[in-house]
Design a protein around this ligand. Structure first.
Ligand SMILES: [Zn+2]
Length: 276
C-alpha cells in the first residue's frame, strides 16, 4: 500500500519555537519542512525584502523554491511532495486565514491533515517580541499573543484532522522524548536526526534567524543576526537549548502589563518555576 500524503500545520503564536520544531520535523527523511509556506506567495516578487521571498538557508538559487514549477490545478503541498519526494509537508505559517484557505483546498483531495499546536509561556513570547520590536509596548505584545492563542484554540477545536499539543519548553529541554511523541502522532518512526537537524539539508521559507544560525553554523546569505541575538546564539554550542531569557529580561512593569491582559489565559501556558 502506498504511504499516505500528509500536511502538517504548526499553529500557535509567533516566537514560540516553530522554526525549531519545523526543522526538527524536516530532519526526518519522509518530511519536508516548507517553513512559513505563505511566503511562497512572494517568490519572485522583487518588491519584497529578499529574506521574505527566498529560501532562508540557500537563497535565490534554492533547488526547491528557486523555480518551483507549479503544475496546473496542483496545490502547493502536492507540488512540494512531487519536488522533494517526501510525502509529509510541514507548514508553520501563523496567519490563520492562510491556514483556512489551505484546509479548504486540501478538503478536495485525499490527504491527511494534522495540526501541531506549539505552546510556549506567553511571557517568554512577549519578551522575545519586545527584543525584536521594542517600539511596541508589552501590553500590545500581550494582546497580540492572547488573540493568536484564542484563534488557534478555536482552530484546534474545529480542525478537520488530528491535533497534538506540544510545549516548546518540553521540546527544547527534552528533544528526543518530545520528538518521539510527535513522530508517533504522525505515524512515522523516530529518526535520530530529528534531535540534530543541523546534520540535514533543508529549505525553509521565513522563520527565526537565530534558529537558522544554528542550522548553518554561520551567518551569511539571508540569515543575519542582531547583536543581541548573536550574544545568545553565538555563545552556546551547536545544540538545542531551552531559552528562558525572559526570566531575567522581562521588567516588572512588562510583567504587570502582561498579567493584566493575559494572566488568566496564560495559566494553561505558564512554565512553572519548579521546572527550570
Ligand atoms: Zn534552499
Amino acid at each position: 500500500m502506498r504511504e499516505r500524503e500528509k500536511v502538517v500545520f504548526i499553529g500557535g503564536a509567533g516566537h514560540s519555537g516553530s522554526t525549531l520544531l519545523g526543522l526538527m520535523l524536516g530532519a526526518h527523511p519522509e518530511v519536508f519542512y516548507a517553513g512559513e509556506a505563505r511566503k511562497s506567495l512572494f517568490l519572485g516578487d522583487e518588491s519584497k525584502p529578499l529574506k521574505k521571498r527566498v529560501c532562508k538557508l540557500c537563497g535565490p538559487s534554492c533547488p526547491i523554491w528557486g523555480e518551483l514549477g507549479r503544475a496546473p490545478g496542483e496545490d502547493l503541498y502536492a507540488t512540494l511532495v512531487r519536488r522533494t519526494g517526501r510525502r509529509i509537508v510541514v507548514d508553520s505559517t501563523k496567519n490563520l486565514s492562510w491556514t483556512g484557505e489551505q484546509l479548504e483546498t486540501l478538503s478536495r483531495r485525499d490527504v491527511d491533515r494534522h495540526l501541531i499546536f506549539l505552546a510556549r509561556d506567553g511571557r517568554a513570547v512577549v519578551c522575545s517580541r519586545l527584543r525584536k520590536y521594542p517600539e511596541r509596548s508589552a501590553r500590545e505584545h500581550a494582546e497580540d499573543w492572547a488573540a493568536q492563542i484564542r484563534a488557534t484554540e478555536a482552530l484546534a477545536a474545529r480542525f478537520p484532522g488530528t491535533v497534538l499539543r506540544v510545549r516548546y519548553e518540553a521540546l527544547a529541554s527534552a528533544p528526543e522524548p518530545t520528538m518521539r511523541e510527535v513522530a508517533t502522532f504522525l505515524g512515522v518512526d523516530y529518526a535520530p536526526a530529528m534531535s540534530a537537524p543541523w546534520t540535514t539539508e533543508q529549505h525553509p521559507l521565513g522563520g527565526n534567524n537565530g534558529t537558522q544560525f544554528l542550522m548553518r553554523g554561520n551567518e551569511g546569505g539571508v540569515v543575519a543576526l542582531t547583536d543581541k541575538t548573536r550574544d545568545h546564539y553565538g555563545a552556546h554550542p551547536r545544540g538545542i537549548v531551552l531559552d528562558l531569557r525572559w526570566k531575567r529580561e522581562l521588567s516588572d512593569d512588562a510583567r504587570a502589563a502582561f498579567d493584566e491582559v493575559a494572566g488568566d489565559l496564560n495559566r494553561a501556558y505558564a512554565w512553572g518555576e519548579e521546572s527550570t
